[in-house]
Ligand binder design. Structure first.
Ligand code: AMP
Ligand code: MN
Ligand code: MN
Ligand code: MN
Length: 276
């Protein structure tokens, strides 16, 4: 049995390790197949691929796209995408441009509640000039003493409805799936248990996702409780969607699960890697 970890982040988005360091850590921890899935960004893949060749593990080129669907932000993973696909690259460029504009508005919103300089502070946390995320604001706010932990920052300032959160429209679901498809990849709905949707809305989302060409759902994720793992396993079986598994690792000291440490998928599922 090979060990798969199909979701993690490097310094090319909001992770703390370089692509090379992520690959080395994965190899040391017994991962056989690793997908690098930076937010809206493919620029880490070349380095990860080279390091994977040297460490003798298999690197799956991936990405995690930010999507707006109805009132929620969704994340859609693209696995086995061609990182040179023009349609995917230009789509991601558009999403990243939106991130820069949003970050400025977040800075203004935080200034309005008595935290000046947050945009500049977040920029100092950024590890790739191509991408700024809420995580960089969170790290700045902790460092500046406005909160104890990044979890605390999100609860007080950055989560939906909080003073530093600004509304933003990302890519549409058909756009995201279309770009992944153009790049020859498989679209996987990331951590579905995180979305604030009613059972009917979740049903609608899964139906739309599958009808639009979505291949699988991330069943095993640190974002899911044991009950949610079983719930999304049932959805996958019922709809004939494949199942994926990933640690969503962001770096040492962040999150609860290290690279390669997800439990196995529940029984009776078709893993997304079935035909790899
Ligand atoms: P963005 O895509 O810029 O909106 O940032 C989303 C990122 O923020 C996620 O990928 C996580 O890395 C991080 N994040 C979101 N919610 C939380 C939370 N409650 N605690 C810690 N990190 C979070
Ligand atoms: Mn992240
Ligand atoms: Mn995500
Ligand atoms: Mn992620």
């Amino acid at each position: 049995m090979l060990r798969y970890d199909l979701h993690c982040h490097s310094t090319h988005s909001d992770g703390l390790l370089t692509p090379r360091a992520l690959v080395c850590r994965s190899a040391e921890r017994g991962v056989d197949v690793l997908a690098l899935t930076d937010h809206d960004e493919l620029s880490g893949i070349a380095e990860a691929k080279q390091a994977a060749g040297e460490a003798r593990i298999r690197l799956v080129p991936g990405v995690e796209l930010s999507v707006s669907w109805r009132h929620v932000t969704l994340h859609v993973l693209g696995l086995h995408v061609d990182p040179d696909c023009p349609a995917l690259c230009s789509g991601l460029e558009t999403i990243r441009a939106g991130r820069s504009a949003r970050a400025r508005r977040m800075g203004d919103a935080l200034a309005a509640v008595g935290i000046p300089g947050a945009y500049e502070g977040a920029l100092r946390q950024v590890t790739s000039e191509r991408l700024i995320s809420r995580t960089h604001f969170a790290r700045f706010l902790v460092e500046a003493g406005h909160a104890r932990s990044t979890k605390d920052v999100f609860q007080r300032y950055l989560a939906s409805g909080k003073p530093g959160h600004v509304e933003h429209t990302w890519a549409s679901l058909p756009q995201a799936i279309g770009w992944i498809d153009a790049a020859g990849g498989q679209a996987v709905l990331a951590h579905p248990g995180r979305y604030p949707l009613s059972p009917t809305e979740m049903q609608d989302l899964l139906t739309e996702f599958q009808a639009g060409g979505g291949a699988g759902i991330e069943v095993q994720s640190p974002s899911h409780s044991a009950t949610q793992v079983l719930e999304f396993a049932r959805h996958a079986r019922r709809l004939g969607l494949a199942a994926s598994s990933g640690s969503d690792y962001h770096g040492p000291g962040e999150g609860s699960v290290d690279l390669g440490d997800m439990p196995p998928l529940p029984a009776g599922l078709v893993p997304i890697w079935q035909d790899w």
